[in-house]
Design a protein around this ligand. Sequence first.
Ligand SMILES: [Mg+2]
Length: 86
Amino acid sequence: MSGIYEQAIEKFGIESQMKKTVEELTELSLAIQHYSQEKSSSNNICEELADVWIMGQQMAKIFGEDRVEEWKLKKIERLKRLVAEL
Ligand SMILES: [Mg+2]
């Protein structure tokens, strides 16, 4: 039995889940923008972050979790270097 992310990809299709990811990214982007203009709440940001996280997990399943993990490690190393420079 595959997990919920694989099941969602299987049921709705890759194309649809990619579109959904773009929609959720837009919603998160707007929530953050609106928060700084005091037009949205921190709870709204948390909700949209959860949506993006769930879609991100599905994108990783589609494009390769190992590759995402590799990039994540590289990006964290880069962040550590940037923080150390300050
Ligand atoms: Mg959303």
